[in-house]
Design a protein around this ligand. Structure first.
Ligand code: AMP
Length: 448
């Protein structure tokens, strides 16, 4: 399979060759012909699978066919993304793939001033890559107009729902023309994603690929039982005594991550934190410091770390276990890549025993519990009790939890073309019918 056989234009093929891409990834091979043919698409794929090009290339091809009108242009494509980091990555990719086309890509996200974004909108936009909250602000002030949108992409739709964006998404979708092509990408096709597809898509084709951040077999998983009040001391000791290389540390909350980074700094361990309370400039600065090796330790929440292009790391530490077992896979996907060895170390307090059990069920493997000298927990951590009934607020996507059989991370996608169109068919058209505030039961507060 080559990009040529997928029917892409010479300008795109040139840009791909310049990027060093030799062959399409599985999601690209499946999705590009369907999107070029004008279908709505439900794509089961995560960051790292090449999904951006899977929707980006046909989108660019479609927009480049018609010469845009002279003067300031209204966006003809809208890509909604959950985080600023993903907005930057998607916009960068679109600019790279479209470098031989004359299309303008503009980003809208919070945490930075409104005025430069207003000026960009005034200058004219072909493709708008936006986080829902900031886009709504610009719509309300009349600067962002969506009545010319022909292609709508909902990227990482599951994350947008996780982050409570459903009401905002519905308000935005109500302003996008019903006559459009809609592409939705999500890591899973759980019920709430299918509901979204049913409401906002037209007879979508379905493609799905295995997550490439399934857990590598080269990773060693270990856990230290510890009292919650002593986790920070334990982390300092681990980082100070055992490892010299760069480490990614996951915390539960924004404040917790800040405090952790401060405490590590005080202990002489250069650390930076990234989370949603920081400005875009602060987050980028922290990430750059980590990537350049100036900071040895990056402390992050799940949402902030999502989609970040972080190099392979020898060690990932869970200061807190993730609330959702699947997030363990995302976290640990930062280590053990390409056959390298990696270590995933979790500090587990008694209240997290249920979460650890869910992770073990998802991995279909036990995680070795090793007491660290001097940190014996005041109460034993039991891993043989009943599973917690629910730990996800809305109850969607419960890997290994409740009555559903556990899923192995590697089983999340099948990449079979026969998946296409098999499940999500649209039913009655209801585009734009969503009421603001119509949040379903799936809401769960996430710390970004
Ligand atoms: P994405 O899943 O879109 O975030 O892409 C993950 C990474 O794969 C990005 O760094 C892309 O530049 C890269 N990539 C995407 N498609 C290809 C391809 N066909 N060949 C090589 N690299 C690719």
């Amino acid at each position: 399979m080559t990009f040529e056989t997928l029917g892409l234009s010479p300008a795109l093929l040139r840009a791909l060759a310049e990027s060093g891409y030799t062959a399409p990834t599985p999601i690209q091979a499946q999705a590009i012909p369907l999107v070029l043919a004008g279908h709505d698409l439900l794509g089961g794929a995560q960051t790292g699978t090449g999904k951006t090009a899977a929707f980006g290339l046909p989108l660019l091809q479609r927009l480049s066919k018609l010469t845009p009108a002279k003067g300031p242009r209204k966006p003809r494509a809208l890509v909604l993304v959950p985080t600023r980091e993903l907005a930057v990555q998607v916009a960068d990719s679109l600019k790279t793939y479209g470098r031989h086309l004359r299309l303008n890509v503009t980003m809208l996200f919070g945490g930075v001033g409104m005025q430069p974004q207003i000026e960009n909108l005034r200058r004219g936009v072909d493709i708008l890559v936006a986080c829902p909250g900031r886009l709504l602000d610009h719509m309300q002030s009349g600067h962002a107009k969506l009545d010319a949108v022909e292609v709508l992409v909902l990227d990482e739709a599951d994350r947008m729902l996780d982050m409570g964006f459903l009401p905002s998404m519905k308000r935005i979708l109500a302003r996008v023309p019903a006559q459009r092509q809609t592409l939705l990408f999500s890591a899973t096709f759980e019920a709430r994603i299918k509901a979204l597809a049913l409401e906002f898509m037209r007879d979508p084709q379905q493609v799905q690929v295995a997550a490439n951040n399934t857990i590598a077999e080269t990773i060693v998983h270990r856990a230290h039982p510890v009292d919650a009040s002593r986790k920070r001391d334990m982390l300092v000791e681990i980082l100070a005594t055992r490892h010299t290389e760069q480490v990614l540390v996951f915390g539960k909350t924004k404040h917790g991550c800040n405090r952790l980074a401060e405490q590590l700094e005080k202990a002489g361990l250069p650390a930076v934190a990234i989370h949603g309370n920081k400005s875009q400039a602060q987050r980028q600065k922290a990430l750059d410091a980590f990537k350049a090796g100036r900071a040895r330790i990056l402390v992050a929440t799940d949402v902030a770390a999502r989609g970040l292009d972080i190099p392979n790391l020898p060690l990932v530490i869970n200061h807190d276990l993730p609330m959702v077992a699947e997030d363990y896979v995302h976290r640990i996907g930062r280590t053990g890549r390409n056959g390298a060895s990696g270590e995933a170390l979790s500090l587990v307090s008694a209240d997290e025993a249920g979460l650890l059990r869910q992770i073990q069920r998802m991995l279909k493997a036990d995680i070795a519990m090793e007491e660290m000298p001097g940190y014996a927990p005041s109460q034993p951590i039991r891993l043989d009790g009943p599973m917690p009934a629910q730990n996800r607020g809305g109850g969607a996507r419960k890997p290994g939890g409740g009555a559903r059989p556990p899923r192995k991370p590697a089983q999340r996608g099948h990449g079979k073309p026969q998946d296409r169109g098999a499940h999500a068919h649209a039913g009655p058209r209801q585009r734009g019918a969503g009421k603001p505030g119509g949040q379903g039961g799936g809401r769960r507060e996430r710390q970004a």
